[in-house]
Design a binder for this molecule. Structure first.
Ligand code: C2E
Ligand code: CA
Ligand code: CA
Length: 713
């Protein structure tokens, strides 16, 4: 049966929209907070990276330049010292003839030094080519002849002087002449004779200038240095793997540092947001969940239900369940037991809520469901299954307690109806059910609707009816069982409704009481009674007490007595002629206060009687604490066949006890001769009932007064 298909666990039922809202909320905050942080991290890191990069580049550049300068200095130093050696030798040769000089040079035995005779005197003092580096100087001989002394060195000698072999492997060295044509170059120990020019190799280079530039593509660095003195240019192309590696390692380390720091920052952010959202969730939980049962609360229900209704494709019903006499259960079995009952309800109900519905605890002992349905029959079935399941809750031991469940239902056929209106209607149906003192379920319908409408106008209608004289009293005689003579009467109100006809009190008294209007009616009745007695006084009729019923709500008004006394005295009615009938249930609330009010009424010489005695919860022992003149036995004692005997026993004891306390006993609702006989046997004092007389019109009662005898019925 689809109507009882178990629903998913209520825990999975949290407000989806709130959930989504929360998620988007967190996501939005993450985006708003996280994005700028990530951007800042990226910007800071790229700035840091480029700073580091340029610092490292500058460092590398100066290292390579220093190295090139060192090499160049070394070359220049060697060239100059060779030149000096040559000049010194040329000087020492100047005192000799050419012949002697030739001998002397030869005897030096240095193959790279030679004396060239007939050489062109103005030959360049320095030249360099692929084969040799040549220094020249002219020699003046003693015999006036001229010759040129020349020193010829292999360029390899310069290269080998330059640096360590480690350098040599990773570098390219070049020597170019004054015009920038490369004379020789070494790369990885290999000598190559150059034909290219520096300008062709390094287009960025300008003749005469010093240029250092980094060639990033192959991570090599080139420095071009002029050697001066017409020696040309020295070029060093460095490619140092060690330096490159150090450089890369520093970059990598800084990159991982940056990543680490940003990860840390991001996780901190996540943590803070998560903490926030957990806190938020617990707040949401408080705002949307009922603490005891964990079910959604009313707020949550309203929110979720309105969203469900917006998307509704089938009709929905709002079902409100109320546990009957829950206060009594709490009082009797304790609050922990009451709580366990609520928990049981909170477990059962979600299982019988439709998938597209929601279930919540509305308040104290009220639960609410929103369920979709197809036709009313299936809804009826669902409700009876729910009731059955709920009634399985067991009471302790052999307790005869019967669980009463009251259900008010309103149907939402038009999705435009607000959920709050639907809840109000279901609540109205529930209270209507309570007023009827029934259990089971009641749908909110047209009849209830008009009742609701009527109630909303009750104030005006009642005031108008009172003014128009639609209310009047009837009087029901009371007789002494001993003398069988009339001893008084009870005033009972009637409403002669213009459209509904004559209404009995049960048709309007509970309603008036609910709307705090009964007090006005009671005052009206009392005034009618006073007026009557006054008239009878004037007419010289025998005067017997008349009892009036008193609304419970008024008793606790501080001006109660004063108002009564003022009214009665205005009509100059003897106080002993007025009897107040108060129902027993009044005593439940505040015995002390009530006892005070009653004593004070009695001090004013009014008669006070306890109505419907035995129908409520009060005990006989209460009689000794509260000062009253009479008790009216509840009609129930005389009714029924099975319980006839039990009723008789109770009545017997009540009468006996009342006698001991000096309280008069009145039996009402006496309908048969047997009852009269039994009451006589038990010693009851006064009787009232259809057996003797129905409530009478005033004129009829007046006739009785004159007669002052039992009417011949
Ligand atoms: P109650 O005070 O217990 O009044 C007795 C009720 O029992 C009256 O109903 C009366 O007509 C009815 N009754 C009398 N004899 C018999 C009998 O032999 N058999 C049966 N079955 N019933 C009998 P009524 O007039 O309909 O009043 C109903 C209740 O309405 C009263 O119960 C009283 O509680 C309340 N009531 C009536 N008038 C007033 C009033 O002016 N003010 C207040 N506050 N309540 C009133
Ligand atoms: Ca009464
Ligand atoms: Ca009564």
């Amino acid at each position: 049966m689809h109507s009882t298909r178990p629903n998913r666990n209520w825990k999975e039922l949290p407000n989806k929209v709130v959930h989504i809202q929360r998620k988007t909320h967190v996501a939005l905050r993450l985006l708003l907070l996280g994005l700028p942080i990530v951007l800042i991290i990226i910007l800071a890191f790229s700035h840091f990276y480029s700073r580091l990069n340029s610092l490292l580049d500058a460092e590398k550049q100066s290292q390579y330049e220093n190295r090139a300068q060192g090499c160049a200095l070394l070359i220049v130093h060697h060239l100059e010292s060779d030149q000096k050696r040559l000049l010194l030798l040329a000087q020492s040769l100047s005192g000799f003839t050419l012949e002697q000089n030739l001998h002397l040079v030869e005897s030096l035995g240095e193959s790279d030094i030679s004396l060239v005779v007939d050489a062109i005197a103005d030959a360049a003092p320095f030249s360099v080519d692929a084969a040799a580096v040549v220094h020249r100087t002219s020699v003046e001989t003693a015999d006036g002849k001229s010759a040129v002394l020349q020193l010829k060195v292999s360029p390899v000698a310069y290269r080998s002087m330059l640096s360590c072999p480690e350098h040599a492997k990773s570098s390219r060295m070049m020597w170019a002449d004054e015009d920038g044509s490369i004379i020789w170059q070494f790369k990885a120990d290999e000598q190559q004779v150059g034909t290219e020019s520096l300008a062709a190799l390094y287009p960025a280079w300008e003749q005469g200038g010093l240029v250092s530039f980094l060639m990033k593509d192959n991570a090599s660095y080139t420095t071009i240095l002029p050697l001066g003195n017409g020696y040309g240019y020295f070029v060093l192309e460095s490619h140092d793997k060690l330096l490159e590696q150090a450089y890369l390692t520093i970059l990598q380390a800084s990159l991982s540092m940056a990543v680490l720091v940003s990860l840390l920052l991001l996780s901190l952010l996540f943590y803070l947001l998560l903490k926030d959202s957990v806190y938020e969730r617990s707040l949401l939980h408080l705002a949307f969940r009922d603490e005891l049962t964990g079910l959604p609360n009313k707020n949550h229900f309203v929110q979720e239900a309105s969203q469900l209704l917006e998307r509704a494709r089938s009709p929905y019903a709002v079902i409100i369940l109320d546990i009957g006499k829950f206060k009594l259960i709490n009082d009797h079995f304790g609050y922990a037991f009451g709580d366990s009952m609520l928990l049981y309800f909170s477990k059962v109900l979600p299982r019988y809520t439709t998938k597209d519905g929601v279930c919540a605890r509305l308040s104290g002992d009220k639960f609410i469901l929103l369920c979709s349905y197809r036709e009313k029959e299936s809804l009826d079935r669902r409700i009876s299954v729910i009731t059955e399941e709920l009634k399985r809750f067991s009471f302790p031991g052999a307790s005869p307690f019967q669980l009463d469940i009251l259900i008010g239902i309103s149907l939402i056929e038009d999705s435009k109806i607000s959920i709050n209106a639907a809840i109000d209607k279901a609540l109205f149906a529930l209270s209507a059910l309570k007023e009827r003192q029934a259990s089971g379920y009641l749908y909110y319908d047209e009849v209830l609707r008009s009742q609701l409408l009527e109630e909303s106008e009750l104030d005006k209608v009642f005031a108008k009816a009172l003014k128009a004289g639609e209310f009047h009293i009837v009087l029901q005689p009371k007789y002494s069982l001993q003398t069988l003579r009339l001893v008084g009467c009870e005033a009972l109100v009637r409403w002669d409704h213009p459209s509904k006809g004559l209404l009995a009190p049960s048709q309007f008294i509970p309603l008036l009481e609910k709307h705090n209007l009964l007090v006005t009616l009671d005052m009206f009745v009392l005034e009618q009674v006073c007026r009557l007695i006054k008239q009878w006084q004037l007419k010289g009729l025998p005067l017997l007490p008349i009892s009036v019923n008193q609304s419970r709500s008024y008793l606790f008004n501080t001006h109660y007595e004063q108002t009564l006394v003022e009214l009665i005295d205005r009509y100059e009615v003897e106080h002993r002629l007025i009897e107040f009938e108060l129902t027993e249930s009044l005593f439940l609330n505040d015995v002390k206060h009530l006892s005070k009010v009653l004593s004070s009424l009695r001090r004013h010489s009014f008669l006070v009687s306890l109505d419907d005695f035995g129908s409520g919860y009060s005990s006989l022992t209460m009689l000794k604490d509260v000062a009253i003149d009479k008790i009216k036995l509840d009609q129930g004692f005389l009714k029924g066949t099975d319980e006839h005997h039990r009723g008789k026993v109770v009545v017997q004891h009540v009468i006996a006890m009342a006698k001991q306390l000096g309280i008069t006993t009145v039996a009402e609702g006496v309908e048969t001769g047997e009852q009269v006989h039994m009451l006589q046997m038990l010693g009851c004092d006064v009787v009232q009932g259809y057996f003797f007389s129905h409530p009478l019109q005033v004129s009829e009662y007046e006739a009785l007064l004159i007669d002052d005898r039992l009417p011949s019925s």
